[in-house]
Design a protein around this ligand. Structure first.
Ligand code: CMC
Length: 436
């Protein structure tokens, strides 16, 4: 970390001694004030629920400028990666810090491809679930269960174990998501086919049956690959911070990633793509474009608890760059499938237009996020709504692993242990039950 010449001085109105706090500069982005010695020197904690002003780690992986609407993976703009690279190149970049050359790409692709099958026992594990289980409930279980199958890659402090578990997780996530889907619809599992691309193989495992093979359509495969790239990492969001916190106890990588899957499920995070599409369906049922005004009124009413799903972001206070790319992909996919007049897409565009002009959204800097359009693309591809978040988890797995490995390799890493401002009862005596 690069120290700044400037220091922050903390003073107290009660005359307690002041404290100088070092400031560190990043390569870009806000400086940070180092408060690590604050408690030891002042006996006080900082208070920051939701981490609005707290950098929990230092990282070299992903940078977001929320005001500009910029997203960089290892310095490369997301737009350039989405145009010029595929998902496995992006995985290599996130894990190793540089884009692969042609040989490295071939070797990495081969390595991942060699691990696409899951242990046959996994099928029996799946059978324990009800057929109507939510795919994210299944995924949380299956990813956690991987640690019971691969005992040779569970030591988070062993670099070789971390490398092999990373490849296994990236390779097996598409297989597990497709298995979760096939299980819920009662179809036989389709084994991976290693001469297909990462995205093509996933789509085949999803849509082929033993009686009818699936011919991947290039536009749809490219769209799926783009969804993977756009969701691959997003710095210290809730699920990534969960993975880091979980991994900080030294638990195995599969367990830490399972914690990330569980966190991602929530509707304020990865579950938003499912919630956004459900919301569009609800507005369509209310009467579609005609009823947008009425719907927006509900969104603005604080007592209604209705949110415009797919809008707003903790970090982006501008158009989410991923949403722009996803909107473009949405056009390509709907054109390729001859669905230009898709009512949900039309509704989304009309809703976006109104929200971008409405004072409520403008003054709060609420713009569409990636989830506003990704659901429409996935639905057009034929993916059921309940599987959207599982696909997000599949794509984000590489980001979680890169962040976990970065944390373990950081000499300053410690088990995560936040503190609290306690406002509960002070010490008191237990009364015998007859006197309570
Ligand atoms: N619809 C209506 N009002 C909103 C929305 C929304 N989607 N998002 C924020 N607001 C309002 C909020 O009520 C508050 O208003 P006020 O100042 O009058 O109280 C103001 O905007 C600031 O919101 P906030 O809740 O303080 O913002 P936050 O940074 O804590 O929340 C968020 C960010 C993403 C949780 C929130 O915008 C939201 O719930 N959006 C809908 C869910 C969604 O699309 N999530 C996907 C995020 S992108 C995918 C990912 O990376 O996981």
């Amino acid at each position: 970390m690069t120290p700044s010449d400037v220091k922050a001085t903390l003073s107290f109105s009660d005359g307690s001694p002041t404290m100088d706090l070092p400031i560190y500069k990043g390569s870009i982005g806000p400086d940070v004030i180092d408060i690590r010695k604050l408690y030891a020197q002042t006996g006080k904690f900082t208070y920051d629920p939701g981490f609005l002003s707290t950098a929990s780690c230092n990282s070299t992986i992903t940078y977001i400028d929320g005001d500009k609407g910029e997203l960089l993976y290892r310095g490369y703009p997301i737009e350039q990666l989405a145009e010029n690279c595929d998902y496995l190149e992006t995985c290599y970049l996130l894990l190793k810090g540089e884009l692969p050359n042609a040989t490295q790409k071939t070797d990495f692709t081969k390595l991942v491809t060699n691990h696409t099958m899951v242990n046959e026992q996994m099928q029996f594990f799946l059978r324990g679930f009800r057929r109507d289980a939510h795919p994210m409930a299944i995924m949380t279980g299956l990813v956690g269960a991987l640690s019971a199958f691969y005992h040779d890659s569970t030591d988070i402090h062993n670099a070789e174990h971390r490398d092999i578990s990373a490849i296994r997780l990236i390779a097996k996530m598409p297989t597990l998501v497709a298995m979760a889907y096939k299980y819920t619809i009662g179809q036989p599992y389709i084994y991976p086919k290693n001469d297909l691309t990462y995205a093509g193989n996933f789509m085949r495992m999803m849509f082929a049956t033993p009686c009818e093979d699936y011919q991947p359509n290039d536009v749809l495969v490219r769209a799926m690959d783009r969804i993977f790239i756009l969701h691959a990492d997003h710095e210290q969001n809730a699920s990534t911070s969960t993975v880091r916190l979980c991994g900080s106890s030294g638990t195995n990588p599969f367990a830490a990633i399972a914690a990330g899957v569980a966190c991602l499920w929530g509707p304020a995070h990865g579950g938003a793509n499912e919630a956004a599409l459900n919301m569009l369906e609800d507005v369509r049922k209310m009467g579609g474009v005609e009823k947008i005004g009425e719907f927006i009124k509900q969104v603005k009413d604080k007592n209604s608890n209705v949110k415009l799903m797919g809008f707003g972001h903790r970090v982006y206070k501008n158009y989410d760059p991923r949403a722009k790319l996803m909107r473009e992909t949405c056009h390509e996919v709907l054109d390729a499938l001859g669905l230009h007049d898709d009512p949900i897409f039309k509704l989304a565009m009309a809703l976006e237009k109104i929200a971008l002009e409405d004072e409520y959204f403008v003054s709060r800097k609420l713009y569409p996020n990636v989830d506003f359009y990704s659901g429409i693309v996935q639905r057009a591809i034929g993916i059921p709504v309940s599987l959207f978040t599982a696909i997000f988890a599949l794509a984000r797995t590489v980001g979680w692993i890169a962040q976990l490995n970065e944390m373990i390799g950081d000499p300053e890493y410690k088990i995560g242990r936040p503190r609290q401002l306690f406002n509960g009862a002070t010490a008191r005596d237990v009364m015998p039950i007859a006197r309570r």
